[in-house]
Design a protein around this ligand. Structure first.
Ligand code: ZN
Length: 119
């Protein structure tokens, strides 16, 4: 499953970050995911729950911000947002191949508690 390997690599980043910030527990993780990354937020949450069990990020709330796909037309140089996966210039009708964004898959920030035992 696609989302499982993504969840695993996100967890690696989160564990790294939490060590850097000396977090004893991660409460909330904010992710930015491009529409072209083809990630189903619900599956990602489910997979993340599985892989993060018994880690510092176990039970953390995952907030997902979806980033729209942007593209640029070769012919008329118009930059626009791709809606409903129609990869065509809205101005001149040319098919577009140059994507400016939409494949993002990153951890924006992590919130948690520093050190110590907590319940
Ligand atoms: Zn165009």
């Amino acid at each position: 499953m696609h989302e499982l390997s993504i969840a695993q690599s996100l967890l690696d980043i989160i564990v790294d970050e939490s060590q850097r910030h000396r977090l004893g527990r991660v409460d909330k993780v904010r992710l930015r995911i491009g529409e072209l990354a083809a990630v189903v937020p619900e599956s990602l949450r489910f997979c993340f729950d599985l892989v993060s069990r018994d880690t510092v990020a176990g039970g953390a709330v995952i907030e997902i911000e979806t980033v729209a796909v942007a593209a640029r037309c070769d012919k008329c140089d118009l930059s626009f947002e791709v809606k409903e996966r129609v990869f065509q210039c809205p101005q001149c009708g040319e098919p577009v191949f140059e994507m400016l964004g939409g494949r993002e898959l990153e951890v924006v920030n992590i919130e948690g508690e520093t050190g110590g035992e907590d319940g």
